[in-house]
Design a protein around this ligand. Structure first.
Ligand SMILES: NC(=O)c1ccc[n+]([C@@H]2O[C@H](COP(=O)([O-])OP(=O)(O)OC[C@H]3O[C@@H](n4cnc5c(N)ncnc54)[C@H](O)[C@@H]3O)[C@@H](O)[C@H]2O)c1
Length: 433
């Protein structure tokens, strides 16, 4: 049995701050408030619903995760956030149109009470949006300091013990890391000089890590996965994780692809197209913002199928991903997949998947789980990248450069990490059954 980690208890209140108060964030808040009132079940959330087997199968030990590890209770959660457009979470939820008025009515005063703080926003990074509640400052360093003050005020006004931050803002334009991102020193110098390579999401990540607040990046843009932020997280002993919530089409892709590979079926192509009509779809209609998403979505198949190990099965795959902005669908995306596989003696077969999904309904429980699990990691003094949370990401951050994308391996890693932290043996499934 491994030695259990010393994990500080989840006493007091936990603040969850989201830069971005749009469809995903407002749906996440609404769900938690509805669950607290007994109006809904937390469907899709591992921290609330999943059990975890301990020891050998015949021991019959199978507690809920939330009874096994010391997680913050939903009753202790307080929400806050920033947005350049949404004034509060109720307006955000109404604009997003994910939840019906009948579901919003019994929780409307709580949602209205979550007032968005003015955002650090720059249209250079999100061309399709016009910010109206935007901070101004002498330079980027000054803006980051304003965010740090916001975090401190949120903490004291709500008498919070701990705070975590989950980026739920729009996907920023594509960018590669540059010299300004090399070290904390170069980044701070760059903020003072208004370096054009520094994006708003990086200022939020900097503010969080400087404040000792764990950070999760729900979008595919670069924010915390930069050398300067990794250095800052190590220096301040803060946990972080990312990036890009694994929902919708990529969720299905990482469920199906490991199955084809497990049976040694070949693949010739995978064509994925989406229509969606929410604000996210509008932002992604710009080629620079779509590129950020495309890079995140394309990495998945190669990592699962390992064409370098299985060239005869996966060495020649056409993998295409398209997103089309189509307003009539709102948040109810339709994702089509045309999958061309082949079997014995090379005979081709086709699979079509038509997933009429609800993006924010799939993303909301991920926001909650990440917030609670990051808070757990921080209390367990686990700083830096939390690779065991890859389960939740389209582009899991991995220092080794080769992240795990297979959702079943990711799930095993997540549960085994919790077992080990609590002094239980990992489950390898090597015994019968
Ligand atoms: N819904 C999903 O399934 C899913 C999956 C993976 C990733 N994501 C990502 O999550 C993010 C949120 O998605 P959504 O559907 O809620 O989008 P949304 O457009 O409804 O909400 C994003 C919000 O972020 C705000 N925003 C933009 N720049 C900001 C800034 N600098 N600071 C603070 N707020 C800012 C916008 O005003 C908007 O209200 C997007 O980046 C999206 O790509 C969503």
């Amino acid at each position: 049995m491994p030695e259990p980690l010393k994990i500080a208890p989840a006493n007091g209140r936990l603040g969850i701050l989201t830069p971005g108060m749009g469809a995903v964030a407002s749906t996440a808040y609404a769900g938690v408030i509805a669950v607290r009132k007994g109006l809904a079940e937390p469907i899709g959330s591992l921290t609330q619903l999943s059990h975890i087997r301990l020891g050998k199968r015949e021991e019959g030990r199978n507690p809920l995760i939330r009874e096994f590890v010391p997680l913050a209770s939903l009753d202790d959660v307080v929400f806050g956030g920033w947005d350049p457009i949404s004034p509060n979470a109720l307006e955000a939820a109404r604009t997003a149109g994910v939840l019906s008025e009948s579901d919003l009515a019994p929780i409307s005063s709580e949602l209205e009470g979550v007032v968005a703080m003015p955002a650090v926003f720059d249209q250079r990074w999100v061309k399709r949006l016009d910010g109206i509640r935007v901070k101004t400052g002498e330079n980027l360093f000054d803006l980051a300091e304003q965010l740090i003050e916001d975090i401190a005020r949120f903490r004291s006004e709500n008498s919070l013990e701990r705070v975590v931050m989950v980026w739920c803002g729009s996907t920023e334009a594509y960018q590669e890391a540059s010299a300004v991102h090399d070290t904390v020193e170069s980044f701070e110098q760059g903020m003072r000089e208004n370096d054009e390579n520094i994006s708003p999401s990086q200022l939020y990540a900097y503010a969080a890590l400087t404040s000792g607040v764990p950070f999760a990046n729900g979008a595919p843009n670069l924010s915390v996965d930069l050398p300067c932020m990794i250095e800052l997280a190590a220096r301040n002993r803060v946990a972080y994780t990312g990036k890009d919530f694994k929902t919708g089409q990529t969720l299905i892709k990482t469920i199906l692809a490991p199955g084809f590979k497990a049976r040694m079926l070949g693949m010739r192509g995978w064509y994925s197209t989406n229509i969606l009509g929410n604000r996210d779809g509008e932002v992604l209609d710009d080629p620079e913002n779509f590129k950020t998403k495309e890079v995140s979505k394309l990495g998945v198949l190669d990592a699962i199928l390992q064409p370098e190990v299985y060239p005869e099965l996966y060495g020649n795959i056409d993998h295409v991903v398209r997103i089309n902005y189509y307003p009539p669908r709102g948040d109810n995306k339709e994702g089509w997949d045309a999958i061309d596989i082949f079997g014995w003696m090379g005979y081709p077969m086709q699979i079509k998947v038509d997933f009429l999904c609800r993006d924010s309904i799939l993303a909301a429980p991920i926001v909650l789980d990440l917030a609670l699990l990051l808070d757990l990691a921080q209390r367990a003094d686990q700083s830096g990248n939390q690779e065991w949370l890859s389960f939740y990401w389209k582009s899991p951050h991995s220092e080794s450069g080769s992240p795990e994308h297979d959702i079943f391996i990711q799930q095993t890693k997540l549960k085994n990490t919790l077992r080990e932290w609590m002094g239980e043996s990992p489950v390898t499934h090597s015994e019968a059954g």
